[in-house]
Design a protein around this ligand. Structure first.
Ligand SMILES: Cc1cc2nc3c(=O)[nH]c(=O)nc-3n(C[C@H](O)[C@H](O)[C@H](O)COP(=O)(O)OP(=O)(O)OC[C@H]3O[C@@H](n4cnc5c(N)ncnc54)[C@H](O)[C@@H]3O)c2cc1C
Length: 561
């Protein structure tokens, strides 16, 4: 960077400026780096957070992290929790085993401290050639009035004693800078919501009990919510949600002692549990806030910068990471010229309702769990066991908690063909296993259904004349024309003939018709899968022309090609 004697600064350009290197910003940087986009990621802190904050990584997040090739490393450093028991006084309200409820390759909640998750993401970013620019703080932001205008940001580098300013001009800026987001403040975007009356205490400790270490235990007693999350090395995260009237005696500031938390635990548990060897103790208030628009021109907000809520349900970091996965591939396609800017509007259309639902759900659950009024307690303690014993309700609840139930079926960028029929999956739905392979591109699957098609052993190449209508099928045209952004795979029914054929790598035999069934494609059809594992287009074999039209409306060939 150069600052001239007359105060004039050189301006540096990039496509995307990411402000904040927490889990949200790091995930977005990885998604852009995987696709070769020009981006910068800055963080005002000299080093990553040392706190274990978000502990629970949900199944849907792991599915997405698998695509970014980090899930295995993270899983190796975490503890898998496979069940939960909730009680009120000595009455068991709910007892569930996750594997029977979560349809995912990751049917558990992975307990791993947030500082480890961040380190795993940093390592992946480094392997992709990326670096977080630390001690670099966003201090000013200006967005031009014109459409397609750049965002001008002033950042301050704080290494050593010097405080150097740099001007960065970016096509897009993404505020991943947490609950007190500077991007949000500088853009004048309100963070609407309220502070909840309940306060929380947290302790990462060892406890002296003999409960199953693979289960999460929750107690609702006397207006307190107490949750025990098992961690590696026989430790636990203890979280206590306190009723509005309760004020922890010791202090007004954030500090709290083990004795303070032990005193609350002694009041609110029906059994005696002793805590020892604390690593981290904290108390905090909870706000429920959200921005109305996740996109304002060239400015996006993601993660805690866009939504904050009660820690009940452990959704905050997970939702931020999923915001980043949703936005990453869209920004990449627009930056590369393969999609129009309007694609970026779908980030708000798809993610804002998720944030809204999250705030509503966590607020309701926090109030219900910490109520001290006898009538709601009686209703809760009667209704909860009845509901929670029903498999259908359990499944619905855990689809919510694991975030595997998230679907974008009302999104403007998904479509079902006229030939769609049950039991096909719906457009906008998450695909089985949460994704198809680890490609950063879209994937088009052709299911041949019951009809054994003898495939051409020659995969399409660029030399094929795609303007010659009869030369190859329309599907082949898609494969050739959009090869940089769409992978094509053909699934054929199991047939004795197939085993004797040398098949090209994009043609597969569906043993036992398993994949056909999982996609509801017994009669064949097309599925276009987005890089984040949701269905962009789904239709029957008769929808070929409609699908081609959809692809042509969704994408464009960059002018430079
Ligand atoms: C006690 C506790 C327990 C939690 N438990 C869970 C859980 O179990 N599961 C779950 O999903 N979530 C949980 N959460 C929530 C989770 O920690 C957050 O949702 C998550 O950290 C949000 O990530 P983020 O990347 O959006 O923001 P952050 O992690 O807040 O990162 C923001 C980054 O932006 C940087 N920054 C800020 N301003 C600037 C600026 N002007 N210039 C440059 N950089 C800037 C900051 O230094 C920071 O590194 C918990 C939170 C707490 C406090």
């Amino acid at each position: 960077m150069t600052i001239h004697s007359n105060g004039y600064r050189d301006i540096h350009h990039c496509d995307v400026l990411i402000v904040g290197a927490g889990p949200t910003g790091l995930t977005l940087a990885i998604e852009l780096a995987r696709r070769g986009i020009s981006y910068r990621i800055i963080d005002k802190c000299a080093h990553p957070s040392i706190y274990s904050k978000a502990l629970g990584v949900m199944a849907r997040t792991l599915e997405l992290l698998h695509q970014a090739e980090v899930a295995d490393t993270l899983i190796a450093q975490g503890h898998q929790v496979t069940g939960m028991q909730a009680s009120s006084y000595t009455k068991v309200l709910a007892q569930v085993e996750f594997p029977s409820l979560i349809q995912s390759p990751y049917p558990y909640v992975l307990m791993v401290p947030q500082n480890i998750t961040e380190q795993v993401l940093i390592d992946r970013l480094t392997a992709l050639g990326g670096t977080v620019e630390r001690q670099t703080e966003l201090i000013s932001l200006h967005q031009g009035d014109q459409e397609h205008s750049q965002v001008h940001a002033i950042v301050q580098h704080m290494a050593g004693d010097a405080q150097l300013e740099e001007e960065i001009s970016a096509r897009w800026i993404v505020g991943c800078d947490g609950a007190h987001s500077t991007v949000r403040h500088l853009s004048g975007i309100p963070f609407e919501g309220e502070a909840l009356a309940q306060s929380f205490a947290l302790a990462d400790v060892q406890i002296d009990w003999k409960q199953d270490h693979n289960k999460l235990h929750v107690y609702l007693n006397k207006g307190y919510l107490t949750a025990f999350f098992p961690m590696l090395n026989h430790r636990h995260r203890v979280i206590i949600g306190m009723p509005p009237e309760y004020v922890i005696s010791s202090s007004k500031d954030q500090s709290i002692s083990l004795a303070d938390i032990q005193a609350v635990l002694d009041i609110c548990l029906p059994i005696k549990v002793n805590m020892s060897n604390p690593i981290w103790l904290a108390k905090f208030a909870v706000h429920q806030r959200k921005v109305k628009n996740y996109r304002t021109g060239s400015i996006f907000l993601a993660g805690d910068a866009a939504h904050i809520h009660s820690p009940i349900g452990g959704q905050g970091m997970n939702t931020g990471i999923q915001d980043a996965f949703n936005l990453g591939w869209k920004l990449a396609l627009v930056c590369q010229g393969y999609a129009a800017e309007s694609l970026l509007d779908s980030y708000h259309a798809e993610r804002e309702p998720i944030g809204q639902q999250l705030l509503r759900g966590t607020s309701l659950f926090t109030k219900l769990a910490t109520t001290r009024h006898s009538v709601p307690i009686a209703i809760r303690n009667t209704v909860a066991p009845l509901l929670s014993s029903r498999k259908v309700i359990q499944k619905r609840l855990f689809r919510l908690l694991s975030e595997t139930g998230i679907a974008y079926d009302r999104s403007p960028i998904v479509q079902q063909g006229k030939g769609w029929h049950r039991p096909m999956l719906h457009a906008g739905e998450r695909v089985p296993d949460g994704g198809y392979g680890q490609s950063p591109r879209h994937t088009l699957l052709l299911f041949a259904g019951e009809h054994p098609v003898i495939p051409s052993p020659k995969p399409p190449t660029l030399e094929d004349d795609i303007d010659e209508p009869d030369h190859r099928s329309l599907l082949t045209q898609v494969a050739v024309k959009w090869k940089d952004i769409i992978d094509v795979h053909i699934w054929l029914p199991d047939h004795p003939l197939m085993t004797s054929l040398p098949l090209p790598s994009h043609i597969h035999v569906d043993a036992d018709h398993d994949l056909h069934q999982r996609y509801g494609m017994g009669k064949g059809g097309y599925v276009l899968i987005r890089p984040d594992g949701y269905i962009s287009y789904i239709g029957g074999l008769s929808d070929e022309m409609d699908l081609i039209g959809w692809v042509h409306r969704s994408f464009q060939i960059p002018a430079r090609l």
